[in-house]
Design a protein around this ligand. Structure first.
Ligand code: FDA
Length: 309
């Protein structure tokens, strides 16, 4: 119930305006967001990589409303990829891209524009010696995102996919995505979805996650286990043994600011552990999804709002 309310709140213009005037340095924002500038995110990445973790950087922004905004998002990715390369960090850093931020929702031409823009980012990532993963957004975009993924993979086979265990379709999507070299991030899913397309209870989502994980671990691709859930992390470990997966043929992923001790533990145990690191000033929608996942964060957020300025 609270989760649904928060996801609705994410669409409230009033709260968005109020929260948008909070500095990124305020407690609850800086816990989940690396900062607003490229300098900020490069420094955070340097620290995480030095500590034995990998990163995937997300330039925050979604639901882009015009071509100029989509183009400035592309420029932001080109800039951060150049900075990562110049800083010698691309061995440990890739980028995550939301297609809605590069034009997917812009009318009939949206898919074509998003593909062209994503291609520019993939080319820059290849030039820098790294890869791109396409984030997955609400279910109305799944088909379009997967078809753009398939097109991108013609030229950039390392492009990563994301699938969401809460969607009823995802087990079948996993089967389609298990060919050799296919990088697939499996997450539970962070949007408010109707029962017609998505499992609603925590138990059903977790069971779906395990079914999908089995398909990915048994397949020839590269599973990216994106969860903070201790039970699912243990099950992933058991599946690695069951399917005799080589070290380096899969990885764990967690969000910046969530269970950092567990991130360190997995990295110290020699696992590939990637942290998803968002940055930029458009942090509101992202923060609301993080609050919706953990009600304990909400009181902290409300206190930050009340004391701002
Ligand atoms: P769950 O929500 O059950 O949390 C398990 C435990 O983790 C909690 O009990 C708590 O201890 C801790 N925890 C989880 N979230 C927390 C939070 N916000 N604050 C504090 N503690 C928290 N979704 C999507 O729809 N599209 C996408 O592209 C992505 N991409 C993505 C990348 C990566 C690397 C990750 C880790 C996650 C995503 N997600 C996502 C988000 C994902 O769908 C999901 O909403 C969150 O990961 C929370 O689900 P968990 O699997 O962690 O389980």
């Amino acid at each position: 119930m609270l989760r649904r309310s928060l996801l609705m709140l994410a669409r409230s213009e009033q709260i968005k305006h109020l929260a948008g005037s909070m500095p990124v340095s305020s407690g609850i924002v800086s816990r989940f967001v690396a900062g607003e500038s490229v300098d900020d995110v490069v420094e955070v990445s340097r620290g995480l990589i030095a500590d034995g973790r990998l990163v995937s950087l997300d330039h925050l922004g979604e639901d882009t409303l015009d071509r100029d905004q989509a183009d400035s998002t592309v420029q932001a990715y080109l800039e951060v990829l150049k900075r990562l390369a110049d800083s010698g960090l691309t061995h440990g850093a890739e980028v995550s891209v939301k297609l809605s931020a590069v034009g997917q929702a812009l009318g009939d031409d949206g898919a074509r524009l998003a593909l062209d823009n994503a291609r520019r980012i993939c080319q820059a990532a290849t030039n820098a010696g790294t890869t791109v993963t396409l984030d997955m957004e609400d279910h109305t975009t799944t088909d379009s995102t997967l078809s753009i993924l398939h097109e991108l993979r013609q030229d950039f086979p390392d492009t990563g996919a994301v699938v969401q265990a809460y969607l009823r379709r995802t087990e079948a999507d996993c089967r389609d995505l298990t060919r050799a070299g296919s990088r697939v991030r499996l997450c539970k899913g962070a949007y408010k979805e109707p029962e017609s397309v998505a499992y609603q209870s925590r138990a059903e989502v977790d069971l779906s996650y395990v079914r999908c994980l089995k398909v990915l671990m048994a397949g020839d691709g590269y599973p990216m286990v994106a969860t903070h859930d201790p039970t699912l992390i243990a099950i992933a470990g058991a599946l690695v043994s069951r399917y005799s997966r080589a070290k380096g043929s899969y990885e764990y992923q967690m969000l910046y600011g969530v269970r950092p001790d567990e991130q360190k533990r997995l990295a110290a145990a020699g696992k590939r552990m990637r942290v998803y690191v968002p940055y930029g000033d458009q942090w509101y929608g992202y923060l609301m999804r993080r609050l919706a996942e953990r009600p304990a964060n909400v009181a902290f957020f409300l206190r930050s709002l009340a004391t701002k300025g």
